[in-house]
Design a protein. Structure first.
Length: 369
């Protein structure tokens, strides 16, 4: 039996990562005051003041109702796509007083990376528990992970499994990194038994080189932070040019044309076609993820007589019953009434995944816990 575990922001939140709508407040409260006049921070301050009338340096951050990351990136992407501008923020650089939208976009991505990276270093407790328990019930090697998160909780947990004697299982991201060409690199091409992890919105440890179109991996480390802190360390392993992050926020207008990302999407789709069960963990099925909905619908409607079970694990402490109900409706209206909507949290699933996996193959389409 093949299983796909689809990891959303809620799975990372279980490891105390800030959720999307806390990213701005977390950055402006803790990071910006340290270097308020760096080029990046000056640009971000101008942008929030001009466009959202928020003074991120002097206002009381706790009382501000920030726009979401998706809203901010969404309007910038749209301006870029339509070749239009916001006052003082243009799509071209003829006027040097005009902040370029492309640059601002990069800064916002680095801001996110910064907020996530800091928290990523803390714990992987529930991800570790999940892998350990899947392994115990012999389900680990049949499991493919698909993640929309940029953080490296699941990555680090999988790559730590490798043991030369006991378990030679390697992490396979589905793309070839420049690292594979260098003997000195600690990251080798996966061979033999592998665990697949497809990160469909990119990753904090991927550095893309737009000059030679290659991708360098920074093992165990959110290497994207080097672009911000020490650009010399963020060079392409191949041609030594400066790299850029592959971090694609879930907006309606995102650009999926990157070669590596489309490879990852393609492999994710193939894995989904071949799976018997998809378990959505910590994923709330947001409106903005139309690309994901499109992929799921295609996969669900061409099954070659193989049935597909879908299970949702997205509860957490203090979640309102009404919110849960809405989420259930959202899943069922799109994927059908057979969706098994549990009341379990990611933590509970991680503690005993086979209980839920086994239940999904029984008749009941509603599991209390
Ligand atoms: Zn290069």
């Amino acid at each position: 039996m093949n299983i796909c575990i689809f990891l959303g922001a809620g799975a990372s939140a279980a490891e105390n990562l800030p959720i999307q709508n806390e990213l701005f407040s977390s950055y402006f409260k803790h990071n910006l005051p340290k270097h308020p006049n760096s080029p990046m921070n000056l640009k971000l301050r101008d942008f929030f003041k001009e466009v959202f009338n928020i003074d991120v340096l002097n206002d009381n951050i706790d009382e501000i109702n920030f726009p979401t990351f998706e809203e901010v990136l969404g309007i910038l992407d749209m301006a870029d796509q339509r070749q239009e501008s916001f006052k003082n923020f243009g799509t071209d650089t003829y006027n040097i007083n005009n902040g370029s939208i492309g640059l601002l976009r990069q800064y916002l991505i680095l801001l996110t990376a910064n907020a996530i990276n800091k928290a990523s270093k803390e714990s992987n407790k529930y991800h570790e528990l999940l892998l350990k328990n899947l392994r115990k019930s012999n389900q680990l090697l049949n499991t493919t992970f698909i993640s929309v998160n940029y953080d490296i909780h699941i990555d680090n947990t999988i790559s730590k499994l490798y043991d030369k004697k006991k378990m030679r299982v390697m992490l396979d991201y589905g793309v070839d990194f420049t690292n594979f060409d260098y003997k000195s690199s600690s990251w080798k091409k996966p061979v033999g038994e592998t665990i697949k992890l497809y990160k469909i919105h990119g990753s904090l440890n991927w550095l893309y080189c737009p000059v030679c179109s290659s991708i360098t991996l920074t093992p165990y480390e959110g290497g994207v932070m080097r672009i911000l802190n020490n650009q010399k360390e963020a060079k392409c392993l191949n041609c030594k040019e400066y790299t850029v992050p592959i971090i694609v926020p879930p907006t309606y207008f995102k650009n999926m044309s990157n070669l590596y990302l489309s490879t990852v999407w393609n492999k994710a789709e193939m894995a989904l076609r071949d799976t018997d069960l998809i378990v959505f963990c910590g994923y709330s099925f947001p409106e903005a993820d139309i690309h994901i909905k499109y992929m799921l619908k295609r996969v669900q409607t061409s099954r070659n007589n193989k049935s597909l079970k879908i299970m949702v694990v997205n509860n957490h402490e203090n979640k309102l019953e009404s919110a849960l109900k809405k989420e259930e409706m959202r899943y069922k209206r799109f994927l059908g009434n057979d969706v098994i909507f549990t009341k379990a949290s990611f933590q509970e699933f991680a503690k005993n995944p086979s209980k839920y996996i086994d239940l999904s193959f029984k008749d009941s389409n509603y599991i209390d816990k």
